[in-house]
Every structure is written in structure tokens, then in C-alpha cells.
Design a protein around this ligand. Structure first.
Ligand code: AMP
Ligand code: MG
Length: 415
């Protein structure tokens, strides 16, 4: 083994045990369960809620056989050869009409899009394809039985499963539910996610005495990430680097929240009270995750409520929320374990990387290739606005060359 390779492998201080991203995720996936609180709501108001149970059609769509075009309806058996001449009925059937008559063989009736096919009609010819002369319609087109018609239930048959439990309802799903006869549905209650910032340096607005302080950027960012995911953020404010203050906040929050995100103090430093507290009182998974950014990530249960102790650096907090927060919240919310969408694209950059560590780079796509931000500093909030996604480099990757395929996760598939 070359000394360079040994150096690459040596990413951890002696005596520290590292957990890989995948190991940590798998452990969480197996140990967490959805929160089974639900309510019944009007379908029209159900956007972004998650279905609590499978839904079965109460009605077929379409409910009756009908015409897909404006044209003339007739029995296909009336056609003897290509030159067709049929008697034109006087009536006309429009969408919503309940036509009681029967169209005799050898006749055709004018029928408009969406109208129910009357008795005696199984096929429709487009009105543009016929000539009308002496109360006859004449056409010469190759037409199959059933052409230009929609069969009853051809989209969904009554009794069939329309959407499955765990579906996050989109506008198009509302259309499907309404069309198949649903008016009220059972949904999971949106996950209540408490967001707490910690750190003595944090301020909420600037005053003259606070020129050396840090504006609390994480809390509004995290509140809005979880809101975008369809959950209910609960603002827990901020706490100083003070064990008792953090403890009190966690005690209160664990009564009202389904999960708590904290930021800051998650490492092992003197002032890192979140990690210490979670370790002593909160049943912490004592992980040092082999990832960059975001190594200090504390995951614990506080009074049985999961707590994700995110790093304070905004970039690390952001990446850990995507990589850990998204699947965990998906699972708790009833939607299921959610992984960011990704695809492979060529790299427009070169990079040397330590083996054994997962890395997430702020990236954006230009001319079909992934560019990365010029700095990897995890306090660089501007990089998050610059990026339109993340590149994920696997543990075993040591070097990325120009043109190598890399895994790109667009923010569009994350938020
Ligand atoms: P910590 O994880 O507490 O050691 O914090 C790491 C870095 O992130 C420090 O520079 C903090 O000032 C910064 N930081 C912590 N919390 C926040 C926050 N809520 N908003 C912006 N920066 C923060
Ligand atoms: Mg701190």
C-alpha cells in the first residue's frame, strides 16, 4: 500500500468509531415507526396530506360509455364496406343528455364530446370525416369498432384501488379522487416538527452591541424546509449554550412535537450542550457519521420524541436535514422512507477526496455537467443559494476527474 493511500484511509482519529451514512440510515429506517394520528377531511382540501388508507373507487370513471369526439354515432355492424352511407337521425345528443331512444342499424346520430352513447351505438366517426347529403351521412374511412369512444370504467372501474396508503396528495390526485366518487378521506395528521436553535452567539436581529454575534439563519431555513415538505413547523425559538435551558425547551417540545430538530452544539466541544445532554438524558445513538459536511450529528429520543441534533454550520445543517431529516420525517409522517431523487451526470470539476467518507458538494448543472461551488466551507450560506442540487461522492471515491459520472441530486427532487 502506498503512503498516499494509507494517508487517504486514515481519516479518523485513533480510537474513534465511525458510522457510515448508509449504516445510520438503515438503523433509523428499521427503528422508527409512523405516527398513527389521523383526521377525516374534505377531498378538495386535501392537498399535501398523506393518505391513511388505500382508497377504492366508489364510481367508475367514466361512469358510462361516451364519445371522445364530436361526430356521428352508429353501430359498427352497419358498415358493410368502405363506402358507408347511413340515414341521419334528426336528434342530437350533447354531454349530460339522457337520450332514451335507440339508434337503428343503418342509421347514425349526431353526438357531441362527452355525451353518453345511446342504445344501438358503439362507434363514432369524426364530423370532419363525413359528408351530409339528402339526410344521409357518407364517409369512406377505415374505422374500427369502438373508435372515438370511451368505455365505461376504462380509466378506473368501481371497486378498484385508486390510490394507496402513504400517497402524498397532489392536485391531480384530488381530481382522481373526486372523479371516482370520494368526498371525504382519512389522512395522517401533518407531522409537527419543532425547530430549536442553540448557541450563545445567536441573535434574532442586529443591534449596536451585537456586532460580533451571528444572526440565527438556521431556524427560519429549517422551518421553511419542513413547511415545503408539507409538515407543520413549530418554532421553539433559540436557547443559549446552557444545559438547563436546553433541557427545559426539550421537555416542553417533546410534549407537543412529533420530532425535534435542533441546530448547534451537536459536536463534542466544551460548549456543545445538545450532544452532551442527549447523551446523558436522551438515549443518544452515539454516532460520528463519516460524512462531509455534517460530521457531528446527534440522533436521540427525548421523552420518546426523536431529536435530530444538527450541526450549527448552516450548510451542514442543510445537508443533514436533506440526507437524514427527509427520510426520517417521511417515515414518521406515513409517507414512507424518502430518498432524494438522483441521476448521473459528468463532472465539470476535478477533486481529490479522502476514502471512507461520504461527501456532499454544492453543485449546479451547466451544459449537462455538474459544476461545484468554489469553496467547501460549511459556513458559506451563499453556496446554498448558488447551488441547484448536491453531488454525492461515495465513500470509496478517491478522485473525481473531468467527465467522470457523478451522482447529482437536484433540489427539485428534494423540496
Ligand atoms: P456549533 O455546531 O454550535 O459548533 O456551531 C458551528 C458554527 O455554526 C458556528 O460558527 C456557529 O456560530 C454557527 N451557527 C450555529 N447556529 C447557527 C444558526 N442558527 N444560524 C447561523 N449560524 C449558526
Ligand atoms: Mg455552538
Amino acid at each position: 500500500m502506498t503512503s498516499q493511500r494509507r494517508e487517504n484511509l486514515n481519516i479518523v482519529p485513533n480510537g474513534t468509531s465511525w458510522t457510515s451514512v448508509d449504516e445510520a440510515l438503515e438503523h433509523l429506517r428499521l427503528s422508527l415507526k409512523p405516527i398513527l394520528d389521523f383526521k377525516i377531511i374534505n377531498v378538495s382540501d386535501s392537498l399535501d396530506y398523506i393518505l391513511y388508507e388505500d382508497i377504492f373507487a366508489k364510481r367508475s370513471n367514466p361512469p358510462v360509455a361516451n364519445t371522445a369526439v364530436d361526430g356521428f354515432g352508429f353501430a359498427h355492424s352497419s358498415m358493410k364496406n368502405h363506402d358507408v352511407k347511413l340515414n341521419l337521425c334528426l336528434d342530437r345528443i350533447a354531454a349530460g343528455d339522457s337520450y332514451q331512444g335507440t339508434v337503428p342499424k343503418g342509421s347514425a346520430i349526431k353526438i357531441l364530446t362527452g355525451a353518453e352513447l345511446p342504445k344501438g351505438v358503439d362507434t363514432v366517426v369524426l364530423q370532419e370525416e363525413v359528408t351530409i347529403k339528402d339526410e344521409k351521412i357518407i364517409f369512406n374511412v377505415d374505422i374500427k369498432r369502438g373508435e372515438n369512444t370511451r368505455k365505461v370504467g376504462e380509466d378506473i372501474e368501481k371497486g378498484k384501488c385508486v390510490l394507496i396508503e402513504g400517497t402524498r396528495i397532489q392536485a391531480q390526485d384530488i381530481a382522481l379522487l373526486i372523479a371516482t366518487g370520494m368526498d371525504h378521506i382519512k389522512v395522517y395528521l401533518p407531522l409537527k416538527i419543532g425547530i430549536l436553535s442553540t448557541g450563545n452567539e445567536l441573535i434574532q436581529k442586529v443591534s449596536n452591541q451585537d456586532l460580533n454575534k451571528t444572526l440565527d439563519a438556521n431556524r427560519p431555513m429549517l422551518m421553511n424546509i419542513v413547511k415545503k415538505w408539507g409538515y407543520s413547523p413549530i418554532d421553539l425559538g433559540n436557547a443559549h449554550d446552557d444545559k438547563e435551558e436546553i433541557k427545559t425547551k426539550l421537555n416542553i417540545a417533546s410534549n407537543t412535537c412529533d420530532i425535534i430538530f435542533t441546530s448547534g452544539g451537536a459536536s463534542t466541544g466544551e460548549e456543545d450542550y445538545v450532544a452532551r445532554l442527549l447523551k446523558s438524558d436522551g438515549n443518544l445513538y452515539n454516532w460520528r457519521i463519516a460524512m462531509k459536511p455534517g460530521r457531528p450529528l446527534a440522533i436521540a429520543k427525548w421523552n420518546n420524541t426523536p431529536v435530530i441534533g444538527l450541526p450549527g454550520n448552516p450548510v451542514a445543517a442543510f445537508v443533514c436535514t436533506i440526507i437524514f431529516g427527509k427520510p426520517i420525517c417521511g417515515l414518521l409522517s406515513g409517507e414512507g422512507w424518502l430518498e432524494p431523487n438522483s441521476f448521473k451526470i459528468p463532472a465539470a470539476f476535478t477533486k481529490n477526496k479522502k476514502i471512507g467518507r461520504r461527501e456532499y458538494l454544492r453543485a449546479r448543472v451547466k451544459n449537462g455537467k455538474a459544476e461545484i461551488f468554489h469553496s467547501e466551507g460549511s459556513g458559506r450560506i451563499s453556496s446554498l443559494s448558488w447551488a441547484d442540487g448536491l453531488v454525492e461522492l461515495q465513500e470509496e471515491t478517491a478522485k473525481v476527474n473531468l467527465g467522470d459520472l457523478v451522482k447529482y441530486m437536484p433540489f427539485g427532487g428534494i423540496f
